[in-house]
Write a protein that binds this ligand. Structure first.
Ligand code: IVH
Length: 719
């Protein structure tokens, strides 16, 4: 930074001429950095560097108010609050553009054919050169620069008269307040003010946190922000800008620039500091327009901002003049839309669907609406909290969004007539529609709509869940697959496809049905040979001899993973003891917290879950049980043991189980707090570390002796 500056701005009053030079230098530097940051998306200095220069400029301007100019970077937000937006008559009308409603390639072909006909071209004449651009989904803006300074920004309005929104537009960092030397003395740049999706999401997140209303889409949020009376509010709503055309400009006769093509004009605007979309390109003939339409359409969802189509413009400005206008639309340009991704429709009801994991999802039944290229009759409302947040009720007009392959969702309630969507004073805020009749708030059912089991929502969770587990048909397939998994009952050959078939054919409704399968019902399935059927039956038979942790884990209780299942088995010894345990008793188990305890308790309180367990036992599923009294004495309670290397007879898991059964904590690394290190063959750094720290080292025999010596035999449960 400038060393002199600090010296000069110290107690001695700075020489005014010197200050003026410094101010100018700081502004140039800040504008340059801001352009790199906001327009080119390629910052060259750290934020702190920018901030420091900004504060220096502020300090200098405070000391010399006479040096403040409207286009100073410090003057973007001046907190102007207007009584209303003043009308502005456009020097050159802001036209609208003809829209090809045809969403197929023929839209581009029809336009090209029309242009050629108007120009009197025959098939023998060469293809026409166009510029193809995205059609940004924001709002049109006209920026008037006089002698390189932004003097006015106006909305389109009716095309003849718009509204003065200069105070707000000044807050948009992508819009230069000053232009480089040599620009035409009069210059009106036209383009689109919009909000990037990420900025929109962040804004809504902030609104939510602050308890404010959220916006239904980026376009609404942008439109609302631009038409604020208080520019301080606009400044907090991150807006962006793309230039796509010109309004009034100093005529060539008076020394204004001579552009030959639209493309050349856009490149010039870019060089003057205006953002021009990277997607803009030259396309020759109808075929390249079609290709552009398809290419941009395919990447539409990946763009950082919303577009609702593409725009084709004849590139040659001479040809544009030749083609002229038809009423309020130029003949040289056309908008070619994509199927809308958002449409308004009515909610006719709210259903609740149960997913494979038991999650209850409220789904809006809609009056059929064509959106994102398909007719949509259902859209997700996610969960109860989303419904409350958006204020959605049956009968409301809502906005439904379907982008790409994403499940259609209800974005929000339509703002009342004349507000938000129609650019009203509500600032595009989604206000629940005017309901003329009382509609009760949606409530989640207390019991599962599929199986009738209790529905619960755990503290801190947004989702409601069915507690039916394996009893609930909606969850059955998932539950069976989990039960059969290798680390649970380990039923070989019972995979996705077979489970689908068995459940769909209604051969299996509950887990015990698995053990009632016979050869005939299996062979009856598609593509099931006798040999494979026999293999499945053998695998089922084999799985009956299991362990309590495997069985518990296989039941697929929420929050009960393998480790918890082992802890429970160890602590209670028998399944009956677990099923009868109170929440308080469950909380006694190491590593079982309130969430797990409650989940377990609720599960075993449901009679049908107990019934499933009884039937499985009746089918011959069995495991060794030990009363809790027979549990291994906790001889290693409070001790930490580290296993390293390969033990001669015990697997790592088995050794770990035995140590844990005796109350030890098995850790991964050696420290001063380690009680023992059990080392096998090829023990490496952990052994060395133990020796270094003087931690006792045992081999397998030593470990067994320790357990033996202290009377500890492992509990019934192993891996
Ligand atoms: S050119 C004479 N180019 O679409 C042609 N307009 O009716 C003037 N729009 O609301 C418009 N992207 O704000 C043009 N690349 C683009 C555009 C674009 C979006 C909007 C414009 C206006 C409407 C045209």
């Amino acid at each position: 930074m400038n060393e002199n500056l600090n010296l000069f701005s110290a107690p001695e009053p700075t020489d005014k001429a010197q200050a003026a030079i410094e101010v100018e230098a700081l502004r140039t530097r800040l504008n340059h950095w801001a352009h790199q940051y906001y327009v080119q998306d390629a910052p060259t200095v750290p934020d702190a560097e920018y901030d420091r220069a900004y504060r220096e400029l502020q300090a200098l301007e405070a000391a010399h108010p006479e040096l403040i100019t409207a286009d100073s970077p410090t003057q973007r937000v001046i907190g102007a609050v207007m009584d209303g937006l003043a009308p502005v008559r456009h020097a050159v009308p802001m036209l609208s553009i003809h829209t090809e409603t045809d969403t197929e390639a023929s839209g581009a072909q029809a336009f090209d054919a029309r242009v050629r006909r108007e120009l009197g071209l025959s098939d023998a004449d060469p293809a026409i050169e166009y510029v193809a651009e995205p059609k940004f989904d924001g709002l049109a803006m006209s920026l008037r620069y006089e002698n390189g300074r932004l003097v006015q920004a106006a909305t389109r309005g009716d095309g003849e008269v718009g509204e003065d929104v200069t105070h707000n537009v000044r807050t948009i960092r992508q819009i230069p307040l000053t232009l480089p030397e040599g620009v035409p003395p009069l210059l009106e740049v036209r383009g689109e003010v919009y909000m990037r999706r990420a900025d929109f999401d962040a804004l809504n997140e902030r609104q939510r946190e602050q308890g404010g209303k959220t916006f239904v889409n980026p376009r609404n949020a942008a439109a609302g922000a631009v038409r604020q009376l208080d520019s301080g509010i606009t400044a907090q709503r991150p807006l962006s800008f793309f230039a796509y055309g010109l309004g009034a400009i100093t005529p060539p006769a008076e020394g204004g620039p001579v552009f030959r093509t639209h493309y050349e004009m856009l490149q010039t605007l870019k060089s003057w500091g205006f953002p021009v979309a990277a997607q803009v390109q030259i396309a020759v003939g109808a075929s390249e327009l079609v290709a552009f339409h398809q290419q941009v359409g395919a990447s539409r969802d990946a763009l950082p901002y919303d577009i609702d189509g593409v725009v084709y413009k004849v590139n040659s400005l001479q040809l544009q003049r030749d083609l002229g206008f038809k009423t309020r639309e130029p003949r040289w340009a056309v908008a070619h839309k994509y199927p809308a991704q958002e449409m308004a429709t009515r909610i006719e009801g709210i259903d609740v669907q149960v997913g494979r994991t038991g999650k209850l999802t409220p789904v809006a039944r809609l009056a059929p609406v064509f959106v994102g290229g398909v007719t949509v009759t259902n859209a997700t409302l996610h969960n109860l909290f989303e419904i409350r947040k958006k204020g959605v009720r049956v009968g409301d007009q809502v906005i439904v969004r379907r982008a790409g392959d994403v499940i259609p969702e209800v974005v929000g309630v339509m703002p009342p007539e004349g507000a938000g969507l129609a650019l009203g004073r509500s600032g595009g805020i989604a206000v629940p529609g005017h309901r003329t009749v009382y509609v009760p708030n949606f409530k989640m059912p207390k019991t599962c709509p599929v199986c009738g089991s209790d529905v619960v929502r755990e503290k801190g969770e947004a989702n409601h869940r069915c507690t039916g587990g394996l009893f609930c048909p909606a969850q059955r397939k998932e539950a069976i697959l989990h039960f059969a998994a290798r680390r649970a009952m380990d039923i070989e050959g019972l995979g996705d496809k077979l489970v689908d078939q068995l459940v769909d054919a209604n051969v299996i409704r509950t887990l015990p049905d698995l053990y009632r399968l016979g050869l005939t019902s299996l062979i009856a399935l598609d593509r099931m040979a006798e040999k494979s059927a026999q293999n499945v039956l053998a695998a089922l038979e084999k799985s009956k001899q299991t362990t309590l942790p495997r069985f518990l884990f296989g039941l697929g209780l929420r929050h009960v993973g393998e480790a918890t299942a082992k802890d429970l088995a160890r602590h209670f010894g028998t399944l009956d003891a677990i099923m009868d345990a109170s929440v308080e008793q469950l909380l006694q188990v190491p590593d079982v917290g309130p969430v797990v305890a409650r989940s377990l308790h609720t599960f075993f309180q449901q009679p049908h879950n107990r019934e499933v367990v009884e039937q499985l036992r009746a089918c011959g599923v069995t495991w060794p049980e030990g009363a809790p009294a027979e549990r291994a004495p906790q001889v290693l309670a409070g001790k930490t043991v580290v296993l390293t290397g390969t033990l001669p007879t015990l697997s790592r898991d088995a050794a770990k189980d035995m140590l844990e059964a005796a109350g030890a904590k098995v850790a991964g690394s050696v420290s001063k707090k380690t009680s023992y290190v059990v080392a096998g063959e090829d023990a490496g750094s952990k052994l060395a570390r133990a020796q270094e720290l003087g931690v006792p080292v045992l081999d397998e025999a030593g470990m067994l002796a320790l357990l033996q010596h202290t009377g500890g035999t492992p509990a019934a449960e192993g891996a």
